[in-house]
Design a protein around this ligand. Structure first.
Ligand SMILES: N[C@@H](CCC(=O)N[C@@H](CS)C(=O)NCC(=O)O)C(=O)O
Length: 210
């Protein structure tokens, strides 16, 4: 089994935080996606989405998408810590928050960053190289979407220690990366005190794994 990663990328960071939290170990190969390693063979054929992370199993199966990879690793390892929940109810709540964080925050902000900063010219969609123009309005809309998410999250975090309950879950890892993206896109979210406090707590915990 091999996990293909680029440690500086947000999607790889999600998988790395999952591995650090659960103690699961997987052999890792670093691909520099900024230099376009993912378009070179054999990686080009291994993963048609041309993005990291992706996991290659011993039988040749390739699994991409950070959450699919983490879920697979959790289900196939005997780690005592379960970031996807222990009961059907816990799993559903975690999935609900993880999806909302991705749909309303992670994806709009990733698209925003790629449409805002010059270094993404020619790479506005992940895993592509083309001449699609950067559209600044997409960055503005990404921030607007994330602001609505943070308003909801801020109220919710008043009532719970972590996003999907008292225990840390994969949804906290996604949420942490959403805040990292909000910082990267230079969004001001000072008014969301609960979100900031939760992010600060996670930041301390996650930095201790470095
Ligand atoms: N939804 C995917 C996102 C994968 C993705 O967009 N990866 C980016 C890095 S964060 C990538 O490999 N980009 C390469 C490129 O755009 O050329 C996941 O969570 O795994």
């Amino acid at each position: 089994m091999k996990l293909y990663q680029f440690d500086l990328a947000p999607a790889s960071k999600r998988v790395n935080l999952f591995l650090a939290e659960t103690g699961i170990e997987v052999p890792v190969v670093q691909l520099n996606v900024r230099d376009g390693d993912q378009f070179e063979e054999p990686y080009n054929s291994l993963n048609p989405f041309h993005c990291i992370p992706f996991l290659e199993l011993a039988d040749g199966t390739v699994i991409s998408e950070s959450i699919a990879i983490c879920r697979f690793l959790e289900e196939t390892n005997n780690a005592s810590k379960k970031l996807f929940g222990k009961t059907s109810k816990e799993s559903a709540i975690i999935e609900m928050w993880n999806r909302r964080l991705e749909i309303d925050g992670y994806i709009p902000l990733i698209n925003g960053i790629r449409n805002k900063f010059e270094r993404y010219e020619g790479k506005v969609l992940p895993g592509t190289r083309n001449d699609l123009p950067q559209v600044p309005a997409i960055a503005k809309r990404g921030i607007e979407s994330c602001r609505i998410l943070f308003e909801r999250l801020n109220g919710h975090l008043n009532t719970t220690l972590h996003v999907a309950g008292e225990a840390l879950s994969i949804a906290d890892i996604t949420g942490y990366e959403v805040v990292q993206l909000a910082i990267a896109i230079e969004m001001n979210f000072d008014e969301f005190g609960e979100v900031k406090a939760w992010h600060k707590k996670l930041d301390k915990r996650f930095k201790s794994y470095e």
